[in-house]
Design a protein around this ligand. Structure first.
Ligand SMILES: Cc1cc2nc3c(=O)[nH]c(=O)nc-3n(C[C@H](O)[C@H](O)[C@H](O)COP(=O)(O)OP(=O)(O)OC[C@H]3O[C@@H](n4cnc5c(N)ncnc54)[C@H](O)[C@@H]3O)c2cc1C
Length: 382
């Protein structure tokens, strides 16, 4: 299969615009927001105005209607400047906007997509529960039909954008006896009666993003908020994650790129044994490996995006890109901190925050272990 990695002129221009925005508007405040655990609503609104929050929503609903590769370019730029904003953006686009655009009825799309596409409404995705993470099918949340409504009961854990978010794609069992075929997907708006958000998590990293539990206490939503057909929930969740993992791969590439930049700059400046440490071969080898793995991670990500663009099954490639890029970014941040020596252990240096922020990339939207199970399933056909 021919894969074209050259970017179009339009993609180059968009990337340059987002790079400038990230450099001027995002990066200067990243350390302060992390220190204050501050979710920057105003900056997120600016990102919305730039079109960064509705990129995958069809143009007829006001979105950008861009292809996955263009979306990956945007996530990389934002995440390089601030991984917290990278996840805020990627969750809204790829695990909320994308499945609604793909699986909702026209009526439901008309109700919720324009707000998301304009960037005024942030989105979220509620699958994880306190007792079910990797094994999503064992979830306990339920939904029952009551006249013209669905009524949801249950608790979802670790929900990105819970708090600031206005629209959530949520999963619950409509037929608990049917196991994985008894799960359905819904669109739940934060103003629905019985929708409640818990206290924000105190996290190791991504401190400027919001993560909290969500409670459905007899949460009542219109019957038309069902996504797809009853019982298709797990399929919708897996299809969504197959696609959205590209965003986490791109987030990892952005963090990796920043780690390499910081390490290179520090290695040029820091003098030990009478020369910049960049003159020591051990340091040069670290930088070379970080650079090589960065290119490999980006190439895998773009390859998976291009497979997806051809409307072919990109599940395996997205899993490979996510597993590799997130692990490579973790290695890169580890080495970047090592190159900073003791200073890397100080919060005065950006690399310390990157080291905390990168850790979750091998965990959310499916752990590395789960990605390998997906890859092996494709290889073995079982
Ligand atoms: C910052 C953050 C944001 C998040 N945002 C969201 C969100 O917006 N929406 C949402 O729904 N969830 C979200 N999550 C949850 C995230 O997707 C889960 O944490 C992740 O899927 C792993 O689930 P778990 O934490 O329950 O770990 P577990 O599933 O309990 O896994 C624990 C360990 O066991 C391993 N393991 C489990 N099963 C197997 C197996 N069969 N074979 C080999 N190893 C196995 C795992 O790989 C892992 O290493 C978020 C998490 C974090 C930390």
């Amino acid at each position: 299969m021919a894969v074209e990695f050259g970017l179009t002129e339009e993609q180059e221009l968009l990337r340059a615009e987002i790079r400038r925005f990230a450099e001027e508007r995002i990066l200067p405040g990243t350390a302060g927001r992390d220190r204050r655990h501050e979710f920057p609503a105003d900056l997120v609104a600016e990102m919305g105005e730039l079109g960064l929050l509705g990129m995958l929503i069809a143009e007829r609903h006001g979105g950008g209607g861009v292809e996955p590769l263009t979306y990956c370019l945007a996530v990389e730029e934002v995440s390089r400047a601030c991984p917290s904003l990278g996840v805020t953006m990627s969750v809204t686009n790829s695990v909320c906007g994308w499945p609604i655009d793909r699986f909702a009825s026209e009526e439901l799309k008309r109700r919720v997509l324009p707000g998301m596409a304009s960037g005024q409404v942030l989105g979220g995705f509620c699958v994880t529960e306190p007792g079910s993470g990797s094994d999503a099918a064992s979830m306990r949340a339920t939904a029952r039909r009551d006249g013209d409504s669905w009524v949801l009961e249950g608790e979802k854990a670790w929900i990105t954008n819970a708090g600031p978010g206005g629209v959530f794609v949520a999963f619950a069992k409509t037929d608990p006896a049917a196991g994985k075929r008894g799960i359905s997907a819904f669109v739940v708006t934060a103003d629905a009666p019985g929708f409640r958000v818990g206290a924000p998590e105190e996290k190791l990293g991504l401190r400027a993003s919001r993560t909290a539990n969500v409670y459905f206490d007899g949460c009542r939503i219109p019957a038309g908020n069902l996504l797809g057909e009853e019982g298709q929930g797990l399929k919708i969740a897996l299809a969504t994650l197959d696609h959205s993992r590209l965003g986490i791969a791109a987030q990892s590439v952005g963090i990796h790129r920043r780690a390499l930049e910081l390490a290179t700059a520090y290695a040029r400046e820091r003098v030990q044994f009478g020369v910049p440490i960049a003159e020591h071969q051990a340091i040069r080898f670290k930088l070379a490996t970080m650079a090589t793995e960065l290119e490999a991670a980006r190439a895998l990500t773009w390859y998976a995006a291009s497979v997806s663009e051809q409307r072919r099954d990109a599940g395996r490639f997205a899993a490979e890109a996510k597993a590799y890029a997130s692990e490579a970014a973790n290695r890169a941040c580890w080495e970047a901190l090592q190159i900073h020596g003791g200073n890397g252990f100080s919060e005065e240096y950006e690399v310390a925050r990157l080291y905390r922020d990168v850790r979750v990339t091998t965990i959310y939207e499916g752990t590395s272990e789960m990605q390998r199970l997906v890859i092996a399933r494709h290889l073995l056909g079982t």
